[in-house]
Each structure stands twice: as structure tokens, then as C-alpha cells.
Ligand binder design. Structure first.
Ligand code: SF4
Length: 396
């Protein structure tokens, strides 16, 4: 396992725990963790996690998202982005318990894609995602009514980012749309625009406005004027029927609290500090940041780009800090300099809710025969969400 090295970052003046909660703390789903959690200071935690995992053997499969802490990643059987992890779980039917070290929507996706006899556990139910929580089922149903009244719903295909709740995925499936990841968003949009007879379809892109805008404008050549932003907190989304009729991309007003923190100043600052640096950012960053970067891609793309980079190259990475720190450690021996794009700390606070005490608690409970914090999607939601996921799998 890699050791932790200090990066050139300073504590943010903002309370990071506020991230992920936006203005409405009640929108964080599930904050209870029933039962006795081990103390974080317990020096035996590592040994307890190892022993519990060994006792469970093939019955348990631990998934670790790239943005998880080192102490948790150490116990992951596989690491990856949310979609890769859900598929890995589905490919291991012998694993009765899937412990998902990630956030709530990811555990839902794993439950949707795994068999009925596999049970998915999220070690801390407070590990939500602020972006996913920015689009609720009620808000999206209301948006569809607005599009219907404006006479555009029939020509609109929903495309929802993987980072959305099972309810939103089900809405997407019900209305003939598809799910996308940050790796295949371009293919999903191409597909969506080609649906129907007119070839003049619109896309309702949920819930990350930045991924939608960056893909449409940067990758597909649409203009910024082709995009409008639907604000669920304003009547009619804050848009006129004419604006909705003229738009090609209707972007939901959602964003990632972590990637949204990178700014043009971060890019200018790192270029001034490190001459010759390559700026590589995730497409959940703001459009101006993506435009100013040298390379843009998903977490898997970022990892592959660094693997392929020549010795002596320098990289500033705009994504979550746990991953960047691991990559900096991993590539230090190969003489590749990897730094975090911003000067302030930028962990995903909800991802960080999964720590060793919660993991030990979840594993030891399974050893005792108790499934804690099970994430279970109801059959109807699952049916429609699966439909949308299967459309993604069938994308050309
Ligand atoms: S990094 Fe952003 S999108 Fe990912 S879980 Fe955290 S808040 Fe959600």
C-alpha cells in the first residue's frame, strides 16, 4: 500500500463537512448507523478488518471507489469507478454480500445489477452524494410536466449520469432514455439525438450540468447557446416555453461539490508555479476549467493517461484528492510529478464518511450473521432503472 506524502495543499477555510449537504441538510438520506461502531482510535482496527474479511472468504466482495480513503482501499477486492464496480459485483454471483465502499447511488446501482440473492451493504448510510441529491424524483416529474406544457417532451430524450439516484434512473428508463458515465457521455448523447423520426431531438441531461455542457459543446460542437439550464427551484425551471423549444440541451442545474471547486485561477496558478505542467481534469469541472485544461477525462482516463505519461512529465490533476494523492505516490518512483490542481484541500466529504470503523462494523456484523445498512431498490424502480442501464450497455 502506498504511503501518504504531503501535497502542496492547504486546509480549506470552508467546513468540508458542509459539502454534500448543500442548503438542505434534510436532503441527505439515511444518517443513522445503528449498533456499536468501533472507536477510530482502536489500534486493532486493521487486524479486525483483515480477520473479519478472512472469515467471510468468498461470501464477501468489497468494492472500493477511486475516491475512498487509503485505509479503506486497502481492503477493497477491486477498485474503480461506480459503473465498473457494479459490474464487477454482478460478475461474482458467489459473493453473497457486496460491501460497497462508495456512496449511496453507487450501492443502489450495484443492487440493480446484481442478482436477488446478493445483498449490498453501504458501511455508512450518511455517505450520500450532493450531486445525486440535487435531482429528486418529484422535481424531475415536475420538470417533465413543464416540458410537456411547452410541447417539447415528446421530442426530449432523458440522459442521466450514473451519479443519480435509482429513482432518476427509473424515470430515465420509463421515458425512453439512457444512463451514461463520464467515459461514454458522448456516445449516449449521439444516440439520444438520433432517436425519433425528426432527428431534431432534445436531451434533458441530469443531474450534472457540467458533464452535459462539456460533452455537448467541447466534444460535439454544439454552442453554449444551444444549452439552457433548468433550475428546479424556480417556477417553470426559470425558462420560457420559447427557450425550451429553441434549446438542444436542457441541462439540470446540478453539479459536483468537489469538482465544482476548481476554477480558472487554479489552472493559471498551477501553470505559473510549475512550468510545462499538463493540466488534466475531470469533465464534472466547470466549462471554463475544462476549456483551459490540456486534457479532459474520467477517473479511468486520468489513471491511464498517467500510466502512459513519459518519465519527467508534470501533471496537475483536477479530481478528488484521495485519488490524486494515491496517484502522486504511485508515480513518484517513475519520475512523474503529480500534483493536485487546487491549493486547497478538496476531498469528497461524503465519500470520506466511509472509514475503517464503519468498514470493520459492517464486516464484523456480517460475520455474526447480521446484514447492516442494506441498500435495496424496490422491484418497480429496479425494473425501469435497469432498462435505462441496459440501453447504455447497448450503445454503439
Ligand atoms: S465526488 Fe462529487 S459526484 Fe462524486 S460522490 Fe462526491 S459529491 Fe458526488
Amino acid at each position: 500500500m502506498s504511503t501518504t506524502q504531503p501535497l502542496d495543499v492547504q486546509p480549506t477555510p470552508l467546513a468540508l463537512l458542509l459539502l454534500g449537504r448543500e442548503a438542505d441538510p434534510s436532503s441527505e438520506r439515511g444518517v443513522d448507523c445503528p449498533g456499536e461502531l468501533p472507536s477510530p482510535s482502536d489500534p486493532d482496527l486493521v487486524e479486525r478488518a483483515r480477520a473479519a474479511k478472512e472469515k467471510l472468504g468468498d461470501k464477501v466482495f468489497v468494492l472500493g471507489h477511486h475516491y475512498q480513503r487509503d485505509e479503506v482501499i486497502e481492503f477493497a477486492d477491486v477498485t474503480g469507478d461506480s459503473f465498473k464496480l457494479a459490474r464487477e459485483a454482478a460478475a461474482r454471483p458467489e459473493a453473497e454480500y457486496i460491501v460497497f465502499c462508495g456512496v449511496h447511488f453507487m450501492a443502489e446501482s450495484a443492487d440493480i445489477l446484481t442478482s436477488a440473492r446478493q445483498q449490498v451493504v453501504l458501511p455508512d448510510l450518511a455517505a450520500g452524494c450532493s450531486m445525486a441529491d440535487m435531482a429528486t424524483a418529484e422535481q424531475v416529474a415536475e420538470c417533465w410536466d413543464v416540458l410537456t406544457e411547452a410541447g417539447v417532451a415528446e421530442r426530449t430524450v432523458p440522459v442521466s449520469y450514473m451519479n443519480s439516484s435509482a429513482d432518476i434512473k427509473a424515470f430515465t428508463g420509463r421515458h425512453g432514455g439512457t444512463i451514461c458515465t463520464s467515459s461514454n457521455a458522448r456516445r449516449a448523447l449521439d444516440w439520444a439525438f438520433e432517436q425519433g423520426e425528426s432527428g431534431q431531438n432534445k436531451v434533458l441531461f441530469l443531474p450534472d450540468q457540467h458533464l452535459g455542457r462539456n460533452t455537448a459543446v467541447r466534444d460535439m460542437g454544439l454552442s453554449l447557446d444551444d444549452c439552457v439550464v433548468y433550475n428546479p427551484h424556480k417556477p417553470g425551471g426559470g425558462l420560457t416555453a420559447e427557450q425550451l423549444r429553441d434549446a438542444r440541451m436542457i441541462l439540470w442545474r446540478g453539479h459536483c461539490s468537489v469538482h465544482g471547486r476548481f476554477s480558472l485561477d487554479s489552472v493559471d496558478d498551477v501553470r505559473a508555479r510549475i512550468p510545462g505542467v499538463n493540466v488534466l481534469v475531470h469533465p464534472e469541472c466547470k466549462h471554463e476549467v475544462v476549456e483551459a485544461a490540456d486534457f479532459v477525462g474520467s477517473t479511468e482516463y486520468i489513471i491511464k493517461a498517467l500510466e502512459a505519461a513519459p518519465a519527467g512529465s508534470k501533471w496537475a490533476i483536477g479530481t478528488e484528492l484521495n485519488l490524486v494523492r494515491r496517484l502522486a505516490n504511485r508515480f513518484a518512483d517513475e519520475d512523474k510529478e503529480v500534483v493536485f490542481l487546487d491549493r486547497t484541500v478538496c476531498f469528497c466529504s461524503t465519500m470520506n464518511r466511509i472509514d475503517l470503523p464503519h468498514l470493520v462494523w459492517a464486516l464484523e456484523s456480517l460475520v455474526e450473521g447480521t446484514v447492516v445498512n442494506r441498500i435495496e431498490v424496490d422491484p418497480e424502480t429496479e425494473q425501469y432503472a435497469k432498462m435505462a442501464l441496459e440501453r447504455m450497455l447497448a450503445l454503439p
